[in-house]
Ligand binder design. Structure first.
Ligand SMILES: O=C(O)CCC(=O)C(=O)O
Length: 212
């Protein structure tokens, strides 16, 4: 494996209630050939499913395929992902995450977007098992998509909620930190402009075992 790029750009989001939120972006983190190899290996090792979740009191099928690996259960939108083994490629990525962020991450969720018809709604990763201010680590492979980030409330009276758009390209790494999951929503909207697949791998650190 080639040496990953260590240079990242930090976007400081406007503070809400004095709390810092930020996004670090490595664009790219993996060089092209390495990203191709990881994209291929992850797709080969994984079986994706379209699972149902509960949103606004309704059961809906998620508009993308998912699979995961994790040491502990992770529940979002009333859907529990039971512990599942790490494939060799996910275990490799987990080691890289520990090196970049300096902590052992114990859950990886893979999102497969077939093309621009698939999407991720605006949400925050604020589940209780992730602790108070989780740092979320996310790799992108395949087609370029955009992540929209929007404040949950206006920062200044009479001004709209700030909103940003970040490009997520093949081999990129994004780390969302500080109070971002408390104060901001993020999502990957549908687009008519993309007709190729994208794979996202999002690492989380589950600090509370929901079974105990
Ligand atoms: O596909 C992406 O980059 C977004 C992933 C995400 O927001 C999540 O898994 O919670």
């Amino acid at each position: 494996m080639g040496e990953p790029n260590r240079e990242c750009r930090r976007f400081e989001l406007p503070r809400v209630l004095g709390r810092e939120s930020w996004i670090d972006i490595w664009n790219p983190f993996f060089e092209h050939a390495e990203a191709d190899a990881l994209f291929g290996a992850l797709r080969e090792e994984s079986t994706f499913e379209r699972r149902s979740i509960w949103l606004f009191g309704r059961e809906v099928t998620q508009p993308r395929g998912i699979t995961w690996a994790g040491d502990l259960p992770y529940t979002y939108s009333r859907s529990t992902l039971a512990p599942r083994r790490w494939t060799s490629t996910l275990a490799r990525l987990r080691t890289i995450v520990a090196d970049v962020v300096g902590a052992d991450y114990n859950h990886a969720l893979l999102n497969l977007y077939r093309d621009g018809r698939d999407s991720m709604g605006m949400h925050s990763d604020d589940e209780v098992e992730l602790g108070a201010q989780p740092t979320i680590v996310s790799f992108s492979f395949g087609a370029t998509r955009h992540m929209v980030v929007r404040a949950k409330r206006a920062i200044a009276a009479s001004e709209p909620k700030p909103s940003y758009r970040f490009e997520l390209a093949h081999g990129d790494l994004v780390v969302m930190g500080g109070a971002m999951q408390l104060d901001y929503l993020h999502g990957v909207p549908k687009t008519t402009k993309v007709d190729a697949p994208r794979l996202n791998v999002t690492f989380r650190r589950i600090v509370l075992d929901s079974r105990s």
